[in-house]
Ligand binder design. Structure first.
Ligand code: PBG
Length: 326
């Protein structure tokens, strides 16, 4: 036949395939997002996301335990308050649901898990936007920045190792860095949601945080058709002191993730968002695909595209699957 190169030779047995696999998945690179809801007696399921719930203090505590046992890298905490207002003031309450959850988690694990607090106002505002509104009803960038600076201090004081700046306000990383440093939190890291698109795939999350949003976030989150704009956002966040760069969502933006990971010299993260999870769960539930293989394949794709860190609702399960060598 005259065939000199036979790539199939490298695929002959499982152990050989494992030996030459280019992409690994370590549990320590996975981050589990967790929702904690003030004032509920029992955990509340979230539509479209099997196994994901709004946690009570108790069930939250158990998840933190499981996260440490699974050996995953961190948890990303979202707080859902009982009361909201125009300014999102509960986000700044040192005794509020988010700060309290961070404080509890840190007391529970100290440095055995990276505790990340979501630094954004959308869970706390009565209108559901990621910032405060001006008199015309538009999201006021600079007024929001002042609040983000205060919120950074609240989350860091509560014990967050890292804050996730997910609001897509211009200049947010710089303001947060400055506020942290001015208050002695020079070691608190910033996970910058640098490239974050206005995505339909945040659907189930809006349910998870009982979002009050009317309309959309297109004046601050990016247009799905754009690529170069992400490189610009990344450049700006790096210049302002981002420690880790995030591209979000993951699956619909693997090209952006890939380009970004090659362009920067900091770790790159991506977030497999609620709707991306829901797609797989729905397909698996109707018998269209093998769920566990599907999950690992998706995680590998995000890894391959350059994310050294992956935020995923499947983090605990994926850690187990990886150990099983599935
Ligand atoms: C906003 C925020 C969102 C998500 C994480 N942070 C929603 C949004 O921007 O509308 C979505 C995550 C997901 O869908 O899993 N602070």
């Amino acid at each position: 036949m005259g065939i000199i190169e036979r790539p199939r030779r490298l695929r002959s047995t499982p152990i050989l395939r494992a030996m030459v696999r280019e992409t690994g998945l370590e549990p320590s690179s996975l981050i589990l997002p967790l929702f904690i809801r003030e004032g509920i007696p029992e955990p509340r399921p979230i539509a479209g996301m099997p196994g994901v719930v709004q946690h009570t203090k108790d069930s939250f505590r158990r998840q933190i335990d499981l996260a440490v046992k699974a050996g995953i890298g961190g948890v990303m905490i979202f707080g859902i308050p009982a009361k909201r207002d125009e300014q999102g003031s509960e986000g700044l309450n040192p005794e509020g649901v988010l700060a309290a959850a961070i404080r509890d988690a840190r007391a529970q694990v100290n440095d055995d898990l990276v505790i990340i607090g979501d630094l954004c106002l959308d869970e706390f505002t009565s209108h559901g936007h990621c910032g405060v509104l001006n008199s015309k009803g538009a999201v006021d960038n600079d007024a929001t920045l002042e609040i983000y600076g205060q919120m950074a201090q609240v989350l860091a004081s509560a014990g967050a190792h890292m804050v996730g700046t997910s609001g897509m306000m211009d200049g947010q990383v710089g303001v947060v860095r400055k506020a942290l440093d001015a208050n002695g939190f020079t070691d608190v890291l910033i996970l910058a949601y640098a490239a974050k698109y206005a995505s339909a795939f945040y659907g189930p999350f809006r349910d998870a945080v009982e979002s009050q949003l009317q309309g959309d976030r297109r004046t601050y989150q990016q247009d799905p058709g754009n690529f170069k704009e992400s490189l610009r956002e990344v450049r700006l966040d790096l210049a302002q002191g981002a420690d880790i760069i995030m591209v979000k969502p993951a699956l619909a933006y693997l090209d952006v993730l890939y380009a970004t990971s090659l362009a920067v010299d900091v770790p790159t993260a991506s977030y497999i968002v609620s709707g991306e999870m829901a797609m797989v769960e729905a397909a698996a539930a109707q018998g269209s695909l093998d769920r566990e293989r599907g999950i690992l394949e998706i995680l590998s794709s995000v890894r391959r595209a350059g994310a050294s860190i992956i935020c995923t609702y499947w983090a605990l399960e994926a850690a187990e699957l990886v150990k099983k060598g599935l």
